[in-house]
Write a protein that binds this ligand. Structure first.
Ligand code: FRU
Length: 489
């Protein structure tokens, strides 16, 4: 046997036996808890199915509540997505990890609940986390365990679970990082592990704050694995402190290399931000910052790479009506890149085009006069619009408009993009066209503008599906296509 592999094998055997001794009380796999949750889902699904506002090609739970995307990973030809999930209600609570998989990033298959709270040791919630194929080939999840202390704010542990090769059945190993790793330093809201590689070694970031959420001490901490088991870690220090003293805490940090730069994404209890900079194994120096999505309907994203090296990200869409038997969805997958000018570029993964089932309209160099908007009527509220307005200013798209209801207006003018009452800056230079890619899925509207600006909205339509392209001040020339999309399930 290769001497390096022998060392890895011995190390894994040693840590595995010491872990077993530590965590005798944890049931490694609890089929009963899983079946209970699956039954909860079935009950919630009955009600959820009746709601016509429920998205069809965006990822939703079978019924019940969904929040953060967790541990996306590509393995053995499948994309796996896990998610924060309450199988017993349509509000936040009883956090489990739901599980779905896809061959093509567009059509998804539901799988049994992956992780459940281990009530036998007082675990109340299985919070957000990440996944990885370990050096010994074992699928691994690292997540935040809540409930063995006073509250999620006061006390958390980071636990490891190992899966079978299909990622279907998971066994809990137990705590991999305890708060004592920080010595005398107290970290509040310590949660949401995100693994990454640097020079071949496993590193981890976790969010939190150092002053019980009083502001000015919201941080991301950095850790390095001592060995390939992912059970032994070294604390390297604070990687990042949020520059805005108003920020009280950081959730769901994502940290990864992209096109020669390092990107840190944070969810700071307000709109999601990104920082682009450099990393040397210990220190992150940020050079540029921005909003990942200009709306607070988007939160807590998570990402992974595919075998071709594409960096793919999903966010949680929040802000739906309560009491419908379901709540929450995930965005379509976004591919991230950094442009030659150093800007973050986001565009929907091209696989989403496999959902197209009907080509509703195609307009080429069509004159769009001020007084005469161009209208289309999709059969259902599941469609995609791809539009280029040739000189970008004072133009846009109205959705779900009727005689009695203004619907939702997407308007560009004076360097600002407005989507209903939400506004974001988008500078188009000179005669740049305005490119809008809009995904409409019942109560979800995702807007991508010129591959630079994303704005996700929850909108409950009060009228039949309709699209109206308009020019407000000057005449325009329009290229546009509309496709009706099928369901992801
Ligand atoms: C972000 C978050 C995470 C936490 C999870 C709990 O939305 O609050 O920090 O792990 O949701 O569901």
């Amino acid at each position: 046997m290769n001497p390096l592999l022998t060392t890895v094998a011995v190390l894994l055997a040693v840590t595995a036996s010491s872990i077993g001794a530590d965590s005798k009380a944890i049931k490694p796999h609890d089929e009963e808890a899983i079946q209970r949750a699956v039954a909860g889902d079935a009950k919630m699904a009955e009600r959820a199915r009746l709601d016509t506002n429920r998205p069809a090609y965006h990822l939703v739970a079978p019924g019940g509540w969904i929040n953060d995307p967790n541990g996306p990973i590509f393995h053995n030809g499948y994309w796996h997505m896990f998610y924060q999930h309450n199988p017993y209600g349509d509000g936040w609570g009883n956090m489990h990890w739901g599980h779905i998989r896809s061959h093509d990033l567009a059509h998804w298959e539901r799988l049994p609940i992956a992780l459940w709270p281990s009530k036998e040791v007082g675990e109340d919630h299985v919070f957000s986390g990440c996944s990885l194929i370990r050096a010994d080939g074992k699928p691994a999840i690292l997540y935040t365990s809540i409930g063995r202390g006073k509250s999620a704010t006061d006390y958390a542990e980071q636990w490891l679970a190992l899966g079978d090769d299909d990622l279907l059945k998971w066994e809990k190993i137990g705590p991999a990082l305890l708060p004592s790793i920080h010595g005398d330093m107290k970290v509040w809201d310590w949660r949401d592990p995100f693994l990454f590689k640097y020079k071949g070694a496993d590193y981890l970031v976790l969010g939190g704050n150092l002053n019980h959420g009083k502001g000015g001490e919201a941080i991301v901490n950095l850790y390095k694995a001592k060995d390939a088991s992912l059970m032994n870690w070294e604390y390297l220090g604070v990687l990042f402190k949020h520059p805005d003293p108003k920020v009280v805490n950081i959730e769901c940090p994502n940290f990864f290399e992209l096109d020669g730069k390092w990107i840190l994404i944070v969810s700071p209890h307000r709109r999601v931000e990104y920082f682009i900079g450099n990393f040397d194994g210990k220190t992150f120096t940020s050079e540029k910052q921005g909003l990942l999505d200009a709306s607070d309907n988007f939160y807590a994203p998570n990402c992974a790479t595919d075998p071709a090296g594409r960096r793919i990200l999903w966010g949680w869409i929040r802000g739906f009506k309560d009491g419908q038997g379901w709540n929450g969805a995930h965005t379509v997958p976004r591919v991230l890149n950094i442009t030659a000018a150093g800007e973050l570029k986001q565009e929907p993964a091209k696989e989403i085009e496999t959902l197209r089932k009907k080509h509703l309209i195609s307009l080429v160099q069509k004159p769009l006069a001020k007084e005469s908007p161009i209208q289309a009527s999709p059969d259902s509220a599941q469609f995609e619009i791809n539009a280029a307005f040739h000189d970008g200013n004072n133009c846009g798209i109205r959705l779900f408009k009727s005689e009695t209801n203004p619907g939702l207006e997407i308007l560009y003018g004076e360097g600002q993009l407005h989507v209903g009452d939400k506004t974001a800056s988008l500078a188009l230079s000179g005669k740049d066209p305005l490119n809008l890619r809009v995904f409409v899925d019942h109560s979800v509207i995702e807007v991508y503008a010129n591959q630079r600006l994303c704005l996700t909205r929850v909108f409950h339509p009060a009228a039949k599906p309709s699209v109206e392209f308009f020019a407000r001040a000057e005449d325009q020339t329009l290229n546009a296509e509309i496709f009706e999309l099928e369901s992801a399930w």
